[in-house]
Design a protein around this ligand. Structure first.
Ligand SMILES: O=C(O)CCC(=O)C(=O)O
Ligand SMILES: [Fe+2]
Length: 250
């Protein structure tokens, strides 16, 4: 008898080593179409009519998927992957669509640094995130940017400064997000991908948005699965385990 897991051992190792994993063509076309329809409906605009684009609307923060089960965070291709990585400990939370409208008049550059979602605006240290696009994203097209291997830098920082995990590191003199992406080897990387490809990322992985100088809007969906204890046991969030994977199943 063989037991099958959605991710191979090699993919799991890649995720652990680099803090991210790209899964090409994971999401089916009918889900993508359903999302495209509901989001353009929400925007009261259409892809082929640039004059209709509401360029002031970028993050659809309180967006309610219609129906709610259609949210990326509940997609059946992702659920078993999150189960495999977390041993059922991480639970679907949310994640809003974020749009980067074309700004061809600007000059593109790689952002110098980013942020982590673990501590900052959010406080979700033990968490998996996922990002996908509804349309292909070419280089300089507003890609999600991430810093490979940077989860180790954040881990080192919080092992050394555990009292700062409540977000106070942001106010430390001399602090800059550069500390978290000291990764001279690779720098930031654009998630250049086709619609329906997914990048999974560790909550300590430094990432950022970027400018879109191409013609097509970047419509990205985000999803986050924090550890179930996070809401129930507030002290839990203060722990900075020596083993980065203590609350994972990998
Ligand atoms: O828009 C992006 O690509 C990044 C957004 C982001 O970092 C976030 O929502 O936490
Ligand atoms: Fe983020």
């Amino acid at each position: 008898m063989t037991s099958s897991t959605p991710l191979s051992e090699q993919q799991v190792q890649h995720f652990k080593t680099h803090g991210f994993l790209v899964l090409e063509n994971l999401l089916d076309e009918s889900s993508l179409n359903q999302w495209r329809q509901q989001i353009w409906r929400e925007l009261e605009a259409s892809l082929d009519q640039p004059d209709s684009w509401p360029r002031e609307r970028t993050g659809l923060d309180d967006y309610q998927y219609d129906p709610p089960e259609s949210a990326l965070v509940h997609h059946p291709a992702l659920t078993p992957i999150v189960q495999q990585l977390s041993g059922n400990a991480f639970v679907a939370s949310g994640g809003a669509p974020i749009i980067r409208w074309p700004e061809p008049e600007k000059s593109w550059q790689m952002p110098e640094s980013g942020h982590i979602d673990a501590y900052g605006g959010r406080w979700a240290p033990f968490m998996i995130g996922a990002t996908t696009y509804l349309y292909d994203v070419e280089p300089k097209g507003g890609a999600f940017i991430f810093w490979p291997d940077s989860h180790h830098a954040a881990h080192r920082y919080f092992r050394q400064n555990p009292e700062l995990v409540d977000g106070s590191f942001l106010k430390e003199e001399g602090f800059s997000w550069d500390v978290f992406c000291d990764n001279p080897k690779t720098g930031g990387q654009e998630f250049v991908a086709s619609a329906g490809d997914v990048v999974l990322w560790h909550s300590y992985l430094t990432h950022n948005g970027s400018i879109n100088v191409n013609d097509s809007p970047r419509l990205a969906l985000f999803a986050r699965w924090p550890h179930q204890h996070q809401r129930q046991v507030p002290e839990f969030r203060y722990e900075v385990p020596e083993d980065l994977w203590k609350y994972w199943a990998i």
